[in-house]
Design a binder for this molecule. Structure first.
Ligand SMILES: [Zn+2]
Length: 353
């Protein structure tokens, strides 16, 4: 099994090379003649169209597996795109943020990335490969990590402060009342997908702002509200209707980068305070540093929301559900056949509508 992923990726890279050329290749990835080519699988793939790889992204585990990176969340070098470090006395400490942070000057070139960081050279052999292809994903960084972690810390504090329920009520009861308030707010705003992280962030921004307004001298409450207000502001900048299909409107790019900066400022302040007070809240980890790369390096190229892995994750979920219903002996075949049937039904329905 250890060669399964590299073999699959070798075929994938070879297929991407075919797409970039626009016509079928006569040999396999190892230079052996292809039987299918001699049997007629030759010529142009899709007329004059070609497919060019521009972005390669996924969750941390996937990227580690595909490139076998020496830089990772638990190593000294925590970032695959720069020299950000986990050592507290390093000038490149990953918690430094913003355009003037020292590690911004250590962004890796393509050759440095290949020489220093990559352990498995499959994708980097693709003609035209560039380190800018490697991008962090909004869904995995923000929706699945930063928002849930910040929300957990905020909810613990809001429950302790008796924002829901009175002083005498049990903590569980207060949390339950908080949940009721959340559902009520979602119904009032006609929100259909309550499970989305951004919905929780928007609601917590309102709740934390109310608390901050009631306590104008409470610095902690102000900065806690700032964390969520800026998380929501980043999302708003990317969802604004005046953005182009691919790129953000220049004003929205500035808004995204400002909100990202303020988010880090507020979160770092809360994390520092939590360490000082010996509280296990507002944890900071290398994932927060990835948001800086999204805001300053990826967002000027394209809207991070448009290329986020939402559809791909849904697709994986569909395949997983189909696999759970298939017989283990012919799992691969059955899953592919059922997925093809599922797609055909959708296409047919669209054609008849
Ligand atoms: Zn970095």
């Amino acid at each position: 099994m250890p060669m399964t992923v590299p073999t699959l990726d070798t075929w994938l890279t070879w297929s991407l090379t075919e797409l970039q050329l626009g016509h079928f290749l006569d040999t396999d990835p190892w230079g052996r003649p292809l039987e299918r080519y001699s049997k007629g699988r030759k010529g142009q793939i899709c007329g004059d169209y070609k497919g060019i790889l521009v972005v390669h992204k996924g969750d941390e585990k996937y990227m580690q597996k595909v490139y076998r990176l020496s830089h990772g969340a638990v190593s000294k070098h925590v970032c695959m795109l720069c020299e950000a470090s986990s050592e507290v006395d390093s000038p490149y400490l990953y918690t430094f943020h913003g355009m003037s942070a020292c590690h911004r000057s250590t962004r890796l070139s393509t050759s440095e990335f290949i020489e220093k960081v990559v352990g498995l050279q499959t994708f980097v052999r693709l003609p035209g490969f560039h380190v800018d292809f490697i991008q962090h994903d909004w869904l995995h960084v923000v929706d699945l990590s930063l928002i849930p972690e910040c929300s957990a810390s905020a909810l613990v504090e809001l429950v302790r402060e008796s924002v829901w329920g009175g002083e005498g009520t049990h903590v569980d009861q207060r949390l339950r009342l908080g949940y009721v308030a959340f559902i009520k707010a979602c119904k009032a705003d006609k929100v259909k997908s309550r499970g989305e992280a951004v919905v929780l962030a928007k609601w917590l921004a309102k709740v934390c702002l109310d608390v901050a307004i009631r306590n104008p001298d409470d610095e902690h409450a102000q900065l806690r509200a700032s964390v969520f207000v800026n998380l929501v502001a980043m999302r708003r900048a990317m969802s604004a209707p005046n953005n182009d299909h691919v790129k953000l409107h220049p004003a929205n790019l500035v808004a995204l980068q400002k909100a990202n900066y303020l988010f880090h400022c507020a979160h770092n302040w809360l994390a520092t305070e939590a360490i000082k007070d010996d509280k296990l809240l507002w944890k900071t980890r290398p994932k927060y540093h990835k948001l800086d790369h999204i805001a300053y390096d990826h967002a000027p190229q394209h809207n991070p929301l448009h290329l986020a892995c939402y559809v791909e994750e849904d697709g994986v979920g569909q395949v997983k559900r189909l696999a759970a219903k298939s017989h283990p002996k012919r799992l691969g075949e059955q899953v592919l056949a059922r997925y093809a049937a599922y797609i055909c039904c959708r296409w047919l329905r669209q054609l008849t509508e």
